[in-house]
Design a protein around this ligand. Structure first.
Ligand code: SAH
Ligand code: SF4
Length: 439
């Protein structure tokens, strides 16, 4: 089996001296990133390479427990194997451009990707449960695209259009890069010297076609490892990010395949180990993909960016409502609920003079009750260059009370991170504008 290389053929015509002309075909391979591979894919590849199964477990630990950013840091893998891996895969990490916030508040990370595109992730420390879970320690808000094609009128992410989908590893790496950054593990960090927290040394290994808890150390008898596993393997750093919200830049369901593969890796016991119920996907309302997600076996939570409870209001701020009006969107949500047996959440940004009228409460309450949905009210975060404003606090509270009076479960986010451009796309937009004004 060949590793998954993307082959590109580049054909060039060369005129040689003496009037002789020939055509030379140059083929070069674009390696995919190792963090886009599932354990099953790696296992098949290692089998093909004649490598024992425990090598996959060791590799996965370097990637997802120790979060190393260099092949040579994988000290218990034989050099020849590391070189073979390096020839077949990239091991990219995100490059931190800017960070805002302090350790005990919301922190925003602006990352540069290999093609110099900018994306954001936001780390939100322990919060009262917003999406139904009992408590969360650290929630990471993850981006799925560079820019966004959906052009919601109030949102910074869509202001400069859509550039591209994020690759699987670029979604996965946001979690690892934030954790590296927060524990001050840089790409050059030596994991064998790191300060660690005690953790169960049992790990996951494929046996009889299933992933089972086991010790990652190789068996005592043949084949022996090239070198003993470092001490750090026996006491690994624990996972900082306990919850994910897929609410950063971009429309996650428009990058469906990459999103689902990345979440599979972040959810897997051999990967991120973040429970499916601690992962919330937010969508502006792509009805067909909501139905597709409903048919997946995994139990991710679903949040719908509603922001208007009538077509009349919603279409003014969300162009997607023309393609999937509320009737279609709510039917898809009902299907999701029926398939999954769980509540969806409605996100409702309060924008002054647009959707914060008390007249909007009744239709919102009726939709929420019909779908047994919880409503998260979010005061709008101002975006430079856009005319929209958040309502006065009194108006926000009045909207919440009116909703509660209709017997709807609702929260008002007295938002963390308002001061650091926490809404998606704002830091990137500002940085890109600053960079443009300097050039
Ligand atoms: N595209 C997806 C996920 C990314 S946007 C979606 O629309 O759901 C994540 C959330 O941030 C959405 O609910 C979106 O409406 C909200 N949002 C965008 N701009 C905002 C702003 N300026 N203030 C508050 N929330 C905002
Ligand atoms: Fe895109 Fe979501 Fe922003 Fe709308 S709110 S433009 S869908 S990122």
């Amino acid at each position: 089996m060949e590793p998954p290389l993307l082959l590109y053929a580049c054909k060039s015509a060369f005129r040689l001296t003496g009037g002789l002309s020939t055509r030379i075909t140059v083929s070069f391979a674009l390696r995919v990133d190792i963090k886009s591979q599932t354990a099953e894919e790696l296992k098949a590849l290692f089998q093909d390479w004649g490598q024992p199964g425990y090598r996959v477990t060791q590799l996965l630990e370097w990637l997802y427990v120790h979060r190393v950013a260099k092949w040579e840091q994988m000290t218990n893998l034989p050099k020849a194997l590391r070189e073979r891996l390096e020839g077949a895969f990239t091991l990219n990490s995100l490059d931190l451009v800017r960070k805002q916030g302090s350790r005990d508040t919301t922190q925003k990370f602006l990352w540069r990707l290999a093609d110099h595109s900018l994306i954001e992730s936001v780390l939100i420390p322990a919060n009262p449960a917003l999406y139904g879970e009992a408590s969360d320690r650290h929630t990471l808000c993850v981006s799925t695209q560079v820019g966004c094609a959906y052009g919601c009128k109030f949102c910074a992410s869509g202001l400069e259009g859509w550039k591209r989908n994020l690759e699987v590893h670029e979604i996965v790496e946001q979690v690892l890069a934030v954790e590296r950054e927060e524990s001050r593990i840089g790409p050059n960090h030596d994991p064998s010297a790191e300060r660690t927290q005690p953790q169960d040394k049992a790990r996951w290994q494929m046996a009889d076609g299933k992933w089972q808890m086991t010790d990652s150390r190789p068996p005592a008898s043949p084949p022996p490892p090239a070198s003993p596993p470092p001490a750090s393997l026996q006491s690994a750093p624990s996972r900082l990010v306990s919850n994910l919200v897929i609410m950063g830049m971009g429309e996650p369901l428009a990058n469906y395949d990459n999103l689902l593969k990345a979440l599979g890796i972040l959810n897997a016991p051999w990967g991120g180990g973040i429970g499916a119920r601690k992962i919330t996907i937010s969508t502006s309302g792509l009805a067909p993909e909501i139905r597709k997600l409903a048919d997946e076996p995994v139990q991710y939570r679903l949040a719908i960016s509603l922001h208007g409870a009538t077509d009349e209001t919603r279409v003014k701020i969300m162009p997607i409502n023309k393609r999937y009006p509320l009737r279609e969107l709510t039917a898809a949500c009902e299907y999701y609920q029926k398939q999954k047996g769980r509540m969806v959440t409605f996100e409702y940004i309060l924008i002054a003079g647009v959707n914060d009228f008390l007249a909007e409460v009744k239709p919102l309450a009726s939709l929420a009750k019909r779908l047994n949905a919880k409503v998260n009210l979010i005061p709008y975060n101002r975006v430079e260059g856009l005319p929209w404003e958040r309502p006065e606090e009194q108006q926000q509270e009045a909207f919440l009370s009116a909703l509660e009076a209709e017997n709807v479960t609702a929260t008002l986010r007295r938002e963390k991170g308002h001061d650091i451009d926490a809404a998606c796309g704002q830091l990137r937009l500002r940085t890109e504008r600053e960079l443009a004004s300097k050039s």
